[in-house]
Each structure stands twice: as structure tokens, then as C-alpha cells.
Design a protein around this ligand. Sequence first.
Ligand code: FAD
Length: 484
Amino acid sequence: MIVYDAIIIGSGIAGLNAAAAFPADKKVLVICKENSWDCNTFYAQGGVAVATDEEDIAAHIEDTLAAGAGLCDPKAVEILVRDGMIEIDDLIARGMEFDKDEAGNILYTKEAAHSKNRIVHAGGDATGRELHHFLMAENRQQLLYRSTVTELLMDGRICHGVRLLNDGKCRNYYAKSVIIASGGIGSLYDFHTNARTIAGEVHGICLEKGIPLRDMEMTQFHPTVFIHSKGARKQLLTEALRGEGAHIIDDDGKRFVFEYDERGEMSPRSTVSKAIFDWKEKTGKAVYLSFPNFEEEAFRERFPTIYFNMKDMGFNLPREDVPISPAFHYAMGGIETDLNAKVVGCDNLYAVGECASVRVHGANRLASNSLLEGLVFSTRAVKDIIKRAVYFKFKEFDGECEILIKEGDAERKDELRKIMWNSVSIVREMCSLEKALGRIDSLLKEDIGKLLRLRLKVSKNIVQSAISRTESLGAHTIVEDTSQ
Ligand SMILES: Cc1cc2nc3c(=O)[nH]c(=O)nc-3n(C[C@H](O)[C@H](O)[C@H](O)COP(=O)(O)OP(=O)(O)OC[C@H]3O[C@@H](n4cnc5c(N)ncnc54)[C@H](O)[C@@H]3O)c2cc1C
């Protein structure tokens, strides 16, 4: 029986950077659901936010706290910003290439609610793909593909490993420490930007083990998504486009976001999403992203992924406007951790990246702070594991696997996605939240497989958190019931 030094659930930025942070003599297993690149990290476009120099630290902290609307932990934010500079320098020293100007200086772009240009990017608008390639090329640890973790092997405060489904078989894998880096919850929603592997099952396993989730009502909706693209994952049009001059207009060419906030397209994401949602409802007009200030060649060079993806879908950018709508994008809440990413109430279990809540994002994430979070807190987790060396006595668990999928689950899963999109998205009404909760409770009583049960439990937690927060804050907007 192998007992690994660490098991890492997830091969995104948080998981792979954690793997890289372990000393070479440690035996680490990285697990992912499908292929290693099938994760949100791979699809990240805009870049990584990082303070440009010592003088910018205070401003980056201030911008992050302002976006978080009072729900951030200032200590966590300070760590994010200060350690973030070290992480980016370290990545560059290890060989990661960010985009540079002709003189070899790193290029910084701007995104909404940042007070200055401080977003580094790679491959134009392919930052996530470049980072993922880099971390995969660097990885020396064992990777287990096409494996879905379905259980944490917990004994009191100690996690002994995971149970997973691989090649139709359930297997237990054991480790002295476990790091959850399983990403967010996109697939719970009908319209989302996330990779198809991102469904929040590990959040659900935590709930079943009594491990608390925090701030789950804080869900971010990206304002500029081409939702008519095929498949559940929709084409995102990065915020950097607006940072560099793209406009949001309606059928009449009106830049209506200025009616909601004087910063217009550069307002925080939640403001822009709510403005689009409200304008569509109020006027019945379609909304577009338009690119009046871009030359075609420069656009193709700076945003090649978007240029070619949209070309495949019949749009000639930057000449044509693209119809847009908000879609689910990011979970600010997650598995509650301390500042070293250790899961609250456990001794050797850690959570890093989008699955975690260390409260760097509060009620609303500042654009491009999430890749940074993945880097900073994965490194801290590994340092803590090495420093703490928790006493671990091997314990074997039975290998019994519950039925994961039952007949009718696919239809129920689709119904859940619609419930979450219709009742628990950009603008929430108490009576629809209550109705959503009622329906989720009845679905939970049906004869369903474990994977759906986990999704339902996470969704229930989101709805309950939304009901408990009776006043609007950050990304959570609750209004009077319009039906009354
Ligand atoms: C389209 C898009 C654009 C974005 N652009 C930016 C940007 O420009 N800047 C920025 O900072 N952020 C951006 N974000 C957000 C950012 O990409 C994510 O928050 C971040 O990449 C999350 O990294 P992660 O390592 O935590 O999770 P992910 O990269 O999502 O990786 C999760 C991993 O967990 C695995 N996993 C999940 N469940 C299980 C399970 N049950 N069993 C086994 N493995 C499992 C998956 O297979 C995957 O390997 C963007 C997100 C999207 C979707």
C-alpha cells in the first residue's frame, strides 16, 4: 500500500503550483477529473493582477478591499498582494514568459476596478493556457487522469486520503496530507464560463463531512459572455477588452452602463452585470460588446484566442459587435480555511485556489486576483505542511463505493442548473429563493446517485446563504419580491 506524502485534488494553477512547491524527495500524487488542462486555469484570458512595485502595494490592497465590500479579511489580502509579487518574480525566475514590449519590459494591462495597470498577461489573451503549459512542463510529480474524487477518507480531524472513481472502479489512495484544489462550481448553473469538470463535488463532500463552507452566496457573474456559443461552457470576452477600449452598447448604440455608474464599462463586474441584466429587462433591447477603437491586426495580435474563437462562430472582430449577456463565472466563497490554507477543523487537510475561502475576495473578486490567489496560497499550504509534520497513523478504509449516477439524474441535473440560473443568479428575490430551496429539498429526497446529491447539497448551501443575507452586498443582490 502506497502512502503518499501528499495527495492534491486538481491540476489547475493551485494544484500544479502546490505540486511544484514540494521538495523533490516528497512523493506527491496530483489527481484530475479528465485531462490535466480541463480546468478553469486553462481558460483564463486576461491575466494575473500583481502590484507593480513597493509603492503599488497599498493601492492593490485598497482596490481589492473596495471590491470585496467589507467581507475580505484584510490580513489575507495583504498576504495576497505582498506574497503575490514574490510568486510572480519566482515564476519568471523559473522561466515563465509574460508578454513584454519591444524593449523587454513586462506589459501591464488594466481591468475594471483596478486603479492602475497591474495585470500581467501571456500569449496575448491566453494567460491561463500559457501558465498551465508552463506548470505542466515543470511538473515532476505523478498525475492521475480521468479520476473523480468521490470521498475524503476522514477520521476525526485527520484526512487519510481520498476515494476516487477511475476506469469504472473505486479505489482508495492514502496520504499524510491532502490538498483540495478542485476549483469552483460553474456546472451548477445553466449559463457559465467554466470548464466542464468544475461541478463542486468536493465542496459537497466537505458538507457531508461537517466541514464548513463560507460566503457561498457570493457568486460572480461575468458581464461579457457570448452565451449563444455551443455547449455548457460559454465564450468569455475578457475584461481586458474593456480595459483597452471596448464599449458595451444596446441596439441604438447607447453606452447605457454610464446610467448606472459614472465609471461606465470600467465599473466593477457586479455593477456591469446588473446594469446589463436590468437594461435588457427594462428596455427589451439586445446588448453588445463593440470594439470601435481597435485596428484588426493589433486586435488579432493582442487577443488571438478571442479573435479566432469568434471567427469560428461567424464573427469578424473587431469590426462586428458581439451580442453579450452575463453568465456565472466565479465562486468567491468556498471551503473555510485559515491564512495558511488549512481547512478549519482539520489537521492535515488544506484547500487552495477557487475551491477555498480565505476571504481575499470578500463579497466580490477584483478582476485577475484569482490566479494570484492560486499561486500564493498553494505555496503557503505546502510550507505549512512541511513545517507542521502532523502525526499520522495509517488507517485503512473500506473501498465500498456508493452508486454515483442513477437513472434520471441527467434530467434532474439540468433542472437544477435552471433553478440556479433563474432563481439564484444576478438579482435574487426572497420568494424565488424559498421556492428554489423547496425544489432542491424534494430532489434530495428522490432516489438519486451520489454525484447529483453532492451538487444538490452545494446548491442548497448557496441558496440558504443567499436567504440568510437579507441585504444586498457586493455580488449578492436581493430585491423586493416583484410578484407581490
Ligand atoms: C473563462 C475564464 C477566464 C478567466 N480569466 C481569469 C483571468 O484572466 N485572471 C484570473 O485571475 N482569473 C481568471 N479566471 C478565474 C481563474 O481562472 C480560476 O479561478 C482559477 O484558474 C482556478 O484555479 P484552480 O486551480 O483553483 O482550479 P481549476 O483551474 O479550475 O482546476 C480545478 C481542478 O480540479 C479538478 N477537479 C474538480 N473536481 C474534481 C473531483 N471531484 N475529482 C478530481 N478532480 C477534480 C479538475 O479536474 C481540475 O483539474 C477565469 C476563469 C474562467 C472560467
